[in-house]
Design a protein around this ligand. Structure first.
Ligand SMILES: [Zn+2]
Length: 453
């Protein structure tokens, strides 16, 4: 028999006027009588609150020690989102939320929290413009407990694809319209006008918009926002290292006459893996480089690694383990399963990757050798594994594990701006050598044709 005090708590929790909140709590009720320690609304507390403003959307995350339930409504004039959380009380953690909103936030004016009813917390998000929020819950994963995620998207979305293209500047000549391949027409998420059809097997290089157009290199700084990636012994976060190296690399690449660089994210926010692939395709990437920093249990492992996609299993246990870990980014960073983006990677899965994979391997070897000039290599050759972010049918793609953030020596180097610059230079060198070795229109030829040689 449950103890009377708990019965009282339960009776209170299922009072009829609040029944609409209690889909999950009903299931908990059954568990409760069997497991007296598993309570709902008793001892429920917030453990963290976070805000991630970005140009695309702002995310607010509420994290609690028990599953969060919610109801929300949009209220106009002035525009605001009202979110009620039954079974919760305003506590010191939640009181910290308003101060997490910065004046620069593109979408959120401010946040207010209050005890709407004795057992219902109300969070009011005052908006700077009309918004279409995606609100969803996430079960515990990695270092996180139960999360409620509030993604505030503008009603008229800032198109990240357009932003990427604008980012590429006018150096890239507009490409002629390309008919979408049959496979791609079934993927409404991909803009057909900007998605080149999958390359035929054995074609030496992707058809280019024009011989003088610069190569577009899409750099993908791993992780971001809710997903910190690996964390070093001194507290360095992989997501910060990857962004720092990517930004340096972008500066170097954009300074070259034959190259243009776009980043899949240029701030500390979460981008799902499928969305990274989609952005690379929309930017008509010629090459795709995802940047990461390894971590393993123990502090001895060291050195740089370069990975390419394998659809036939991984080249080593470590490679398989690592790919699984990197592919967890969506779980940790948190995607709304009701949204459209996460289907993209799956759709691209079936397309032929063979020719691209050969180019990826070639690119990977050039990068491995240039990285070997500044850092020991973890393995002598590139490795293969099933990384979701590399699943792109016609763009040679590699994933670089710059070094081991779990190795204290390498962690220090990874956070050193000088070393980050050396890493960026080494990656640039590898890219340039690959392009010189494989391009049908080498740099000098291109310059001559443009009348500059
Ligand atoms: Zn990573």
């Amino acid at each position: 028999m449950p103890r009377p005090s708990r019965l009282i708590a339960l009776t209170d929790a299922v009072a009829p006027r609040r029944r609409r909140f209690l889909g999950q709590a009903g299931a908990l009720l059954a568990a409760f009588t069997l497991t007296p320690r598993l309570g709902w609304a008793q001892g429920a507390a917030f453990v963290a609150v976070r805000a991630w403003p970005a140009e695309d959307y702002t995310r607010i995350t509420l994290e609690a020690n028990q599953p969060l339930h919610f109801e929300y409504q949009f209220v106009p004039d002035p525009d605001r989102l009202v979110i009620d959380l039954p079974g919760m009380s305003v506590d010191a953690v939640l009181k910290g939320l308003p101060s997490k909103i910065t004046p620069e936030d593109p979408y959120i004016q401010g946040v207010r929290v209050g005890q709407f009813r004795p057992d219902v917390v109300r969070v009011v998000i005052d908006l700077k413009q009309k918004a279409e929020p995606q609100i969803f819950t996430l079960d515990p994963v990695a270092q996180y407990r139960y999360r409620l995620v509030i993604d505030v998207y503008p009603t008229t979305p800032r198109d990240p694809i357009q932003a990427l293209l604008a980012d590429l500047g006018n150096k890239r000549a507009p490409s002629p319209p390309v008919a979408a391949a049959p496979q791609l027409s079934e993927t409404p998420d991909l803009p057909p006008a900007t998605s080149p059809p999958p390359r035929a097997k054995g074609t030496p290089a992707k058809a280019r918009a024009s011989a003088s157009a610069p190569y577009v290199v899409v750099i993908d700084p791993g992780h971001g926002g809710e997903d910190p990636g690996a964390i070093g012994r001194f507290g360095s976060r992989e997501k910060d290292v990857t962004l720092a190296v990517a930004r340096r690399l972008k500066r170097i690449l954009d300074a070259q006459p034959n190259l243009r660089c776009a980043l899949t994210r240029n701030d500390d926010y979460f981008v799902p893996l499928g969305e990274r692939v989609r952005r690379a395709r929309a930017a008509q990437a010629d090459l795709f480089v995802s940047i990461h920093a390894d971590a393993v249990v123990g502090s001895d492992a060291r050195g740089s690694s370069v990975y390419v996609l394998s659809d036939r299993g991984a080249s080593s246990t470590t490679a398989r383990w690592l790919a699984n870990k990197e592919n967890e980014a969506d779980l940790i960073g948190g995607v709304n399963l009701g949204s459209k983006n996460e289907h993209v990677a799956k759709t691209l899965l079936d397309l032929s990757l063979t020719a691209t994979m050969q180019d990826s391997a070639k690119l990977g070897r050039y990068l491995l050798s240039s990285l070997g000039e500044i850092n020991p290599l973890h393995k002598r050759d590139i490795e293969y594994a099933n990384f979701a972010v590399l699943r792109n049918p016609d763009v040679p793609a590699v994933l670089i594990e710059t070094a081991f953030i779990s190795n204290p020596l390498e962690e220090r180097r990874l956070t050193d701006p000088d070393y980050q610059e050396r890493l960026a230079q080494a990656i640039y060198k590898g890219l340039q050598r690959y392009l010189e070795a494989t391009s049908p229109t080498p740099r000098l030829l291109m310059a001559a044709r443009d009348g500059k040689g």
